[in-house]
Design a protein around this ligand. Structure first.
Ligand code: GDP
Ligand code: MG
Length: 205
């Protein structure tokens, strides 16, 4: 029953959906390090979580953008949580709901003591919006480690890849070019797992 999966160099003994939360009182009871995935709706957060965990449908990939309204927790190897956050700034859900979601995400980021970092996704082909820049700035201000990752590598050719990687590095003021991944083609998952494992093991007694 318990089949070990290997993604990149990382062995996954178990990957489970734990719970959905729509308020801070609903966070998982078990205290484990958390790594959260954030970015605009449709940028590929849920697909990336599935790819990282070697799953196809554990995380729901919605055909309706902006539908995920809750924070979903997935536990890997009974050791840490990967957290699927709702897409930021999706226009069609209405200003009130959007504000509510934004403040819930902000509260979660500021108050979750177990949050070790946020992986912020930007579509390599579509690039960023002002909303992305503001959100990342906000995370940095609240002292939350942010890793910018560019998604959907399979959608660009070599020259677009070079160009857009450079632009993202510059715009988000990164010391090094962002990791570029493709959930579809399973590219870059090894690099990303390395970063995640570093973050969840930091400050471990
Ligand atoms: N070509 C390509 N499409 C992707 C990739 N990752 C996600 N998608 C597609 O982008 C859409 C949004 O993906 P989803 O994971 O639901 O994004 P989320 O809203 O950020 O959770 C879906 O149609 C996915 O199939 C990728 O690496 N390559
Ligand atoms: Mg999603």
């Amino acid at each position: 029953m318990s089949q070990v999966k290997t993604v990149g160099n990382f062995n996954i003994f178990s990957a489970k959906f734990v719970k959905s939360a729509t308020s801070l009182s609903q966070l998982p009871e078990e205290r484990l390090p958390q790594i959260a995935f954030l970015g605009r709706s449709n940028v590929g957060k849920s697909s990336l979580l599935n790819a990282l965990m070697g799953e196809k449908n554990l995380v729901k990939v919605s055909s309706t953008p902006g539908k995920t309204q809750e924070i979903n927790f997935f536990c890997v190897n009974d050791a840490f949580y990967l957290v699927d956050l709702p897409g930021v700034g999706y226009a069609k859900v209405g200003i009130e709901k959007r504000e509510k979601m934004a403040s819930f995400i902000r509260d979660y980021v500021e108050r979750s003591e177990d949050l070790k970092g946020v992986i912020y996704l930007v579509d390599i082909r579509r690039g960023w919006t002002a909303m992305d820049l503001v959100t990342v700035e906000g995370l940095r201000e609240s002292k939350c480690p942010v890793l910018i990752v560019a998604s959907k590598k399979d959608k660009v050719n070599q020259s677009e890849l070079r160009e857009n990687t450079k632009l993202i590095q510059k715009k988000f003021e990164l010391d090094a070019p962002p990791i570029v991944v493709s959930s579809l083609k399973k590219i870059g998952l090894d690099l990303l797992w390395n970063e995640i494992l570093l973050s969840v093991s930091e400050n471990e007694e």
